[in-house]
Write a protein that binds this ligand. Structure first.
Ligand SMILES: [Zn+2]
Length: 727
């Protein structure tokens, strides 16, 4: 499809919506669709949104981003505390309410010193630092640290070095078949494409008995192009280092010493030895500049063809060369700071929409996460100004600036655990932005119930390319799928990615609290993985390559804010369970294909329950739409409908958690240890382990949840039907 075709598709949809609106009894110009609003309220909402969109500016977000990225600001640093005060002051000045800085005392990690040296057959001292450039003075700041990983153990090891490709279990099997024992050795692995979480590489190395883990970025997969390398181009140069954490947050995120409860003053704490998510292995990250001499001299048999990388050498399995690796880490309980502000809802103060973004960065973090913070402060600017002119949303908006996301999703997890009882009942949706802008291509992932709203919002916004955001988004999705050989045509029902792992601050809301979540951002081809988590993710990169005009920053604010306002002001919450039901059927079908149950598991009745749930969702949607287009719903009835809609999402909660991972309580969503999204996690993992009793228990729980939710949705539709008939 070409852009012209997309334009036509959009026009066709626009016409059909306009046709429906002119046939409605309220024969007045109303905004197209506006899910969940009466025509009158939709018109009012559009006036609010038009004002909202005009308040923030690219120029202001540029200034904010420069301030946020003036110094490195990792979790636990004085600068990140200073930025917490800055965000709080800004929110107070902008007119937000209940501005608070919440302190949590959490296990944090920073390097005292890291060293890596090859002793034999040649001596090479790894620099562990990234090159500085005159063109970008920020790269010369003495506060910038070298490569290290959060939550590495401390240690001092001299041992042979072995190359283990991507560091996944199957890679160690290859080594074993080649007679190479990694026990007591230092393992060199590379960041792989597709992505595999570095914490999983650490757990795998630990389980295999390695003494230390070194992770490097290979030019075969870090996007390196000499002619495009930083600072002349947008790609990472040969010394770039991808920092990161190795916390085992796939088992339980947040402070490893308080799994499942908040790290507030006086909280009970595990000892580090008891902490399941705390790695026991020492690890660090290096550039391919530093990895090359190690790879060149490690000896041993040649590595398999598919283990060869982008360096002009023969990659070998190693075992002959000896390295000295030392990591002296300060891993201790330290304060982190979550900033929180509200706009209390005028009519439904106990229904909350939370917008969040983390503040801590590996170094400057212009993309990750400061572009998101700049966009969030644009949203708050506009909300504060609307509030001053008397426009208060119906529901409560809460804005959060998280800390220590990069360590273990820590700040959001502790906050979510602290306020779990309220959030489970009051949270309508959590809207996350992490890497707000690294390029022009819009990407959104969300639970299916939110997807139609997000698509609808995109139709109302202008993309810097001159199209609507919706058109630009569809075209970007089409190109991405073509590049990845995914032969699924783009349509409105699959534009939002609904296979969501929860890998940012959305995790606690999705997996622990079991509430609807979304994560959105603008991405580009140059950022990941060569710039990501390196010193080069800085203001210079953003200003020259990422978003020189800062118009995508502004658009990020507009998308985020308009989505929040629609959720906050809707008569009936725009949550779509028809699409959710269809997605669950797809997940069941995929499971049946991947892990055929062979008569052990009744997936047919599970699928049927999802079909019934989809039908109930479709019927309620039709009923609500007709009621809203007609005489509307009285306050008591719409309150009952909204309470019911909120309850549906909570029905996916399995209170005991999925097997082996009690913190993860969502029946539909979790992530695998390597961070791949995992749908129907309890059933899938049990089926993969051929533990059919557990799989059946998990399937039964989901079947019951689907039936309960379908009955609830049918009941709501009946209520509306009765009220409409009576009125
Ligand atoms: Zn981030």
């Amino acid at each position: 499809m070409t852009a012209a075709h997309l334009r036509m598709a959009w026009l066709a949809l626009g016409l059909s919506v306009a046709g429906a609106a002119s046939a409605s009894p309220a024969a007045q110009p109303v905004p197209p669709a506006a899910l969940g609003f009466t025509p009158e309220h939709a018109a009012a909402e559009q006036r609010i949104e038009d004002r909202f969109k005009g308040i923030p500016s690219s120029a202001e977000e540029r200034v904010v981003l420069r301030y946020l990225t003036a110094e490195p600001h990792p979790a636990g640093s004085a600068r990140n505390h200073e930025l917490a005060e800055y965000v709080a002051d800004t929110w107070r000045r902008q007119g937000l309410e209940n501005v608070e800085i919440r302190r949590y005392n959490v296990l944090n990690s920073s390097p005292r010193s890291i060293s890596l040296e090859m002793l034999r057959p040649v001596r090479y001292v790894a620099s562990l630092h990234e090159a500085a450039y005159d063109a970008d003075p920020d790269t010369k700041n003495p506060h910038v640290r070298g490569g290290w990983v959060s939550m590495s153990a401390s240690g001092d090891v001299t041992a042979p070095i072995v190359y283990a490709h991507g560091g996944n279990p199957e890679d160690y099997d290859v080594l074993q078949r080649n007679g190479i024992d990694v026990r007591g050795k230092i393992v060199l692995v590379r960041y792989s494409n597709p992505y595999s979480y570095r914490g999983f590489k650490a757990l795998t190395a630990e389980r295999r008995g390695a003494a230390g883990l070194i992770i490097y970025s290979d030019p075969a997969e870090d996007g390196y192009r000499p002619e495009y390398a930083f600072p002349n181009g947008p790609r990472g140069p040969e010394t770039h280092i991808q920092r990161g954490s190795i916390t085992y947050d796939f088992m339980v995120p947040g402070d490893p010493l308080t799994p499942g409860w908040a790290s507030v003053d006086g909280a009970r704490r595990l000892s580090p030895q008891q902490a399941q998510s705390l790695p026991k292995i020492m690890a660090t990250v290096i550039s391919w500049h530093d990895a090359r001499p190690l790879l060149e001299h490690m000896g041993g048999p040649a590595a398999p063809a598919d283990w060869q990388g982008g360096l002009p050498i023969t990659y070998r399995l190693g075992g002959e060369a000896v390295v000295h690796f030392k990591a002296d880490m300060d891993t201790s309980v330290q304060p982190i700071y979550v900033v929180e502000a509200r706009i209390v809802g005028a009519e439904l103060p106990d229904e909350w929409i939370v917008l969040g973004n983390h503040r801590d960065a590996w170094e400057y973090g212009a993309v990750d996460p400061s572009s998101g913070t700049a966009a969030l402060l644009g949203v708050s600017h506009a909300l504060g100004e609307l509030l001053r002119s008397g426009v208060r949303p119906r529901r409560t908006l809460i804005l959060c600036s998280w800390d220590a996301e990069e360590v273990a999703l820590t700040g959001s997890t502790e906050w979510g655990e602290q306020f779990a009882d309220d959030l489970r009942h009051k949270l309508v949706a959590y809207l996350n932005v992490d890497e707000g802008v690294s390029g022009p291509r819009f990407e959104v992932s969300a639970v299916p119930s939110l997807a139609p709203l997000l698509v609808e919002v995109s139709r109302t916004l202008d993309d810097p390319s001159g199209r609507t955001l919706y058109e630009a988004w569809r075209e970007g999705a089409r190109l991405t799928r073509a590049a990845n050989h995914i032969h699924v045509p783009v349509n409105d029902a699959n534009l939002v990615e609904t296979r969501i792992p929860g890998s940012s601050d959305d995790t606690v809301f999705l997996s622990f609290l079991v509430r609807p979540t979304m994560t959105a951002g603008f991405v580009g081809d140059d950022y990941y993985p060569g710039i990501y988590h390196s010193v080069y993710d800085d203001f210079y990169w953003m200003e020259h390559f990422g978003d020189p005009s800062f118009r995508y920053h502004l658009l990020m604010s507009q998308f985020w804010g308009v989505t929040a306002l629609r959720l906050a002001n809707a008569d009936v919450l725009p949550l779509d369970f028809e699409l959710y039901g269809r997605n669950i059927q797809t997940f069941v079908d995929e499971l049946a294909k991947r892990t055929p149950p062979g008569g052990h598991l009744d997936l047919a009745s599970l699928r049927q329950a999802a079909v019934e749930f989809e039908r109930a969702g479709a019927r309620l949607k039709r009923t609500v739409r007709a009621a809203l287009a007609g005489r509307g719903l009285d306050a008591r009835l719409s309150q009952r409908i909204n309470a019911g809609l909120l309850a549906v999402e909570g029905n996916w909660a399995i209170p005991a958690g999925i097997p082996q991972r009690p913190w993860y309580k969502h029946m539909i969503y979790a992530k695998r240890f390597n961070y791949d999204p995992l749908q129907l996690p309890g059933i899938t993992e049990a089926a993969e382990a051929a533990d059919w009793d557990t799989a059946e228990q998990q399937a039964t729980a989901l079947r019951q949840a689907l039936r309960k939710s379908a009955a609830l949705l049918r009941g709501l539709a009946d209520d509306i039907g009765r009220a409409t008939a009576a009125g």
